[in-house]
Design a protein around this ligand. Structure first.
Ligand code: ADP
Length: 263
């Protein structure tokens, strides 16, 4: 805590009081630290693929391009790193848009079952390609929540994408929808590698990953879950996770139901 004291004088200039202003420096320092860490992380994350792309390109130009097998291997790496770089830039822009304080989102009453079916149809190729089963446990009638469909599509993509990345071939992903009086609850469950208890509470932080090498190898950026959390909170919902290493993970989020028929 820092205190600034300024004298307070009357018209004749005589001192007749002081104004003491207390600043909560610890909060300012903490925000400053978060900002610096974020910039360090961003620089590191951007440098890694750029360095790889530059390195492999130079090696190709230095002569490796004439050896067909090596040439293909290196170009595949460059392609993969470029894709990751592009994803990183897009996700950073998404984050900065949704984090800006005056973000107002447009929501409409919509059937969450439909958004889920549409998103899963879009990801079908990727899920099948990973050798995973996907099961939808949706109520037999429309489940209406107030949502921005593009944003909820993004939330589902990130959660399903993670379930696919962190579950071994032959595993299963399940999406379940339920509702109470005020909220719709969406759960994305997998029987993959799970998350250790010590990491659980930090998993929604930007760039936090349990296993950096594994996440990178899977093309992860470490931003997916922080985007999920921001979007859900902008909707007035909450997110959470339960997980057991070696057994699987269950992510859930809630979306508020419309308060009247018109909304
Ligand atoms: P990433 O791009 O690394 O997947 P996310 O923000 O989406 O970043 O997730 C952060 C970390 O949380 C991941 O690196 C991974 O360690 C862990 N994680 C997320 N989803 C799952 C899951 N379904 N199963 C196991 N670990 C997960």
């Amino acid at each position: 805590l820092a205190v600034t004291v300024s004298p307070f004088r009357d018209q004749t200039g005589a001192l007749n009081g002081v104004v003491a202003v207390m600043h909560d420096i610890s909060r300012i320092r903490k925000l400053e630290k978060i900002r610096t860490e974020f910039i360090d992380n961003v620089s590191h994350e951007l440098k890694t693929p750029v360095t790889a792309i530059k390195g492999f390109t130079e090696t190709l130009l230095d002569g490796a391009m004439y050896q067909q097998d090596i040439c293909r291997e290196f170009i595949e790496i460059i392609d993969k790193e470029t894709a990751r770089l592009s994803r990183l830039v897009h996700e950073l822009l998404d984050l900065s848009k949704i984090e800006s304080k005056n973000t107002q989102i447009k929501t409409k009453s919509m059937d969450i079952n439909k958004i889920i079916r549409d998103t899963v149809a879009k990801l079908r190729g990727q899920i099948d390609g990973s050798g995973l089963e996907i099961k939808l446990s949706l109520p037999g009638k429309p489940v209406i929540a107030k949502a921005n469909s593009d944003m909820i599509d993004q939330v589902l993509i990130n959660l399903i994408d993670n379930a696919v990345k962190y579950t071994y071939t032959g595993g299963e992903i399940e999406i379940e929808v339920s509702e109470d009086d005020q909220n719709v609850v969406i759960k994305v469950r997998d029987n993959g590698i799970g998350i250790p208890a010590v990491d659980l509470e930090r998993i929604f932080e930007r760039f936090y990953r349990v296993d950096k090498t594994r996440s990178r190898a899977m093309g992860g950026t470490g931003l997916g879950l922080s985007i999920v959390k921001h979007i859900v909170e902008l909707h007035g919902g909450i997110v959470g996770v339960q997980s057991t290493p070696g057994v699987g993970s269950e992510f859930f989020f809630t979306l508020p139901k419309p308060t009247n028929n018109k909304s």
